[in-house]
Design a protein around this ligand. Structure first.
Ligand code: SAH
Ligand code: SF4
Ligand code: F3S
Length: 464
């Protein structure tokens, strides 16, 4: 079936659901809850877009919902247990309201073992589908409205990315997927198994979406991919990520460009030069290092060394004044020793990251690392993590202090918890700033003079 045919079928189902909704004489409410990364948030926006076209409105309250859809994440075990817990809790809701339709989708349900577990132990669930079947939500919902269950994981990876309606949650910041899937098979990671092989969108489709976002008033666009640095390699007319950045940077308008994630193995000097040269590209690089030990990096199948990583960072610091780095770290990879973990601390001291996303290794069935010996107990790994967090807190605080006295461009993006006269925003380097301002200023770039630093945010005042 061609993509156009598949889309046409779903449009027909959308109309069918819409007809049912109109016949019912009331507006049904959907609750779409997304777990996991921005890629998943972006998928959730597409499903909300389809639901809106089918006549649904939205709620955050389980009790009010006619349709509950959990868009799940499988990256660590605790992500999965949280979802199982939450659907367990819906059993009661279903008893109270037998017309409630419960759906599960996303990365967790792309795994056959999870689909089987749901079938066996969670009879309250009506619809289960994986990441590759996202565009078929109208068909599944229509089937469930006919009192039928749907279990369709869908192994076909030609998932449909173009032509679906999108209902974005934010008004100023938009997520823009430029590619799907991942080919890297880091040995700990489930993502390539649940998201399929790497596929890039056509640059023209991306540019068109970016232009329309800017026309709609969005001020920040984050380009998404599991490894944006390999963007475009598989297209019929190959194009490099840095070329895409230049094209988006050339769009007229007052906006910022971010991207994630940048895999160190494919991050080049050319990328750094492009960030330096493009005025709209934020001077912030999220460059997940995972570990500061070459043996562990190799066991993780990361394809770079501590030395090559540091060389790249040094080049970036030279070329991009004020560049900020953030990273992801896994503590307690199978077989990691305390001495090897210490090497990660050493790397953190050199890198002086603004922020870190830290995770204790979680075994994912089906991955290579899940078969490796993992002798260090969880409690021990927790202590290592605490050591790392203590170090990073000091580094982060020190980094934040260096912002005091500077005037920075801040994109005001919402009210602040500091009080009714305060608003909040983010610097180019993605740090939260709270400052005195009016709601009318939200959505604007404002020059803010930084007066205070906390360990999680900055405080300031609008510069005259
Ligand atoms: N594609 C991105 C990361 C996606 S997953 C990249 O390569 O950087 C986000 C983060 O979750 C990873 O960077 C890693 O630090 C963490 N992660 C992934 N699998 C994990 C696992 N099995 N256990 C613990 N952390 C994991
Ligand atoms: Fe997972 Fe590695 Fe792919 Fe990132 S690059 S999604 S960590 S396999
Ligand atoms: Fe993202 Fe989790 Fe899937 S991190 S790609 S939602 S497994």
């Amino acid at each position: 079936m061609s993509i156009q045919e598949a889309l046409q079928i779903q449009r027909e189902y959308m109309q069918k659901v819409r007809n049912l909704v109109e016949q019912s004489g009331r507006v049904p409410l959907a609750l779409v809850h997304t777990y996991g990364c921005q890629q998943n948030v972006s998928d959730g926006d597409k499903m909300r877009g389809m639901l809106a076209q089918m006549g649904y409105a939205f709620t955050d309250e389980v009790r009010k919902a006619d349709f509950i859809l959990y868009n799940t994440c499988a990256v660590r075990e605790n992500a999965e247990s949280r979802v199982f817990g939450n659907i367990g809790a819906l059993k009661h809701e279903k008893e109270v309201n037998p017309n409630l339709i419960i759906g599960l989708c996303g990365c967790m349900t792309q795994q056959e073992s999870v689909v089987q577990k749901i079938k066996q132990s969670y009879p309250q669930v009506d619809i289960v589908f994986g990441t590759h079947a996202l565009h078929r939500l109208p068909e599944f919902l229509y089937t469930a409205l006919q009192d039928k269950k749907v279990f369709d994981r869908c192994d076909d990876e030609t998932d449909i990315a173009e032509g679906l309606p999108v209902l974005r949650t934010g008004k100023w910041k938009a997520w823009l997927p430029i590619m799907y899937g991942c080919n890297n098979f880091c040995t700990y990671c489930i993502v390539p198994y649940v998201r399929g092989r790497e596929r890039s969108r056509e640059p023209e489709d991306i540019l068109q979406e970016a232009r329309s976002l800017i026309q709609d008033g969005y001020k920040e666009i984050t380009l998404l991919g599991q490894n944006v640095n390999s963007y475009g390699k598989t297209l019929a007319q190959p194009i490099r990520f840095s070329q895409l950045l230049q094209k988006i940077n050339a769009i007229e308008g007052d906006f910022r460009i971010r991207f994630m994630t940048s895999h160190p193995k494919d991050a080049t000097h050319e990328l750094i030069d492009t960030i330096a040269a493009c005025d709209k590209v934020c001077k912030h690089i999220h460059l997940p290092v995972q570990s500061g030990c070459n043996r562990i990096l190799q066991a993780m199948n990361r394809h770079y060394t501590v030395e090559s990583y540091l060389e790249l960072a040094e080049y970036a610091r030279k070329k991009i004044p004020g560049v900020s780095f953030t990273s992801d770290i896994i503590v307690g990879f199978p077989g990691e020793s305390y001495e090897e973990f210490q090497q990660t601390l050493e790397l953190i001291k050199i890198m002086r990251y603004d922020a870190l996303f830290t995770f204790i290794y979680s075994s994912r069935p089906g991955t290579k690392a899940a078969m490796m010996d993992d002798p260090v107990p969880y409690e021990e790994k927790s202590r290592w993590l605490q050591e790392l967090l203590d170090l990073q807190r000091k580094i982060g605080e020190n980094n934040y202090q260096t912002y005091v006295g500077k005037t920075l461009q801040v994109l005001a993006d919402g009210p602040s918890r500091s009080g009714p006269d305060y608003i909040s925003g983010r610097t180019d380097t993605n740090i939260i700033v709270n400052f005195k301002g009016s709601r009318a200023q939200i959505g604007q770039f404002l020059p803010v003079r930084i007066t205070e630093a906390f360990n999680w945010a900055l405080g300031g005042e609008i510069a005259k």
